[in-house]
Write a protein that binds this ligand. Structure first.
Ligand code: ZN
Length: 148
């Protein structure tokens, strides 16, 4: 189990240091900003939504390793998915990191690396900030999202 934890930690560090899908896609037509004042994480999520599908996604932000890695892995997880599928992944991810309900970890694919977050309640907001911001962007909201 500790080997697995170590592997998960490595994936998180890798994504925080070399974020995937960084920056705003030229074709972006949805966006939202998220703010986690508790930790100082700030993020902008950009989406290109076409025919109910997330054709492209990117983000800008600064914050702790957990929030940046979560944003990076989230972009990989939802790119090419329908808005409905993206919402379903968010629901599963939320259940995983809060530990509030049982979740099929296999269905989460790489996102399972955040399973350890549930042991650190203060980090749950860091991990979920990109997802709450994604939800706001999908709804075309332009207002600031805050975890407070
Ligand atoms: Zn944070």
């Amino acid at each position: 189990m500790s080997d697995l934890r170590e592997l998960y930690q490595e994936v998180i560090l890798d994504h925080s240091r070399r974020p995937r899908n960084a920056g705003r896609p030229d074709s972006a037509n949805h966006q939202a900003q998220g703010d986690n004042p508790l930790c100082g994480d700030r993020i902008m999520i950009y989406l290109t939504v076409d025919d109910g599908v997330v054709k492209d996604i990117g983000f800008d932000g600064r914050g702790c390793a957990i929030s940046m890695a979560s944003a990076s892995l989230m972009t990989e997880a939802v790119k090419g998915k329908t808005l409905e599928q993206a919402s379903e992944i968010f629901a599963r991810f939320h259940a995983l990191v809060t530990g509030e309900e049982a979740v099929e970890e296999e269905a989460l694919d790489k996102l399972v690396v955040f399973s350890g977050v549930r042991d650190f309640p203060v980090r749950v907001k860091c991990a979920t900030l990109p997802w709450h911001t994604l939800a706001a962007a999908m709804n075309r909201a332009t207002e600031l999202v805050t975890t407070e």
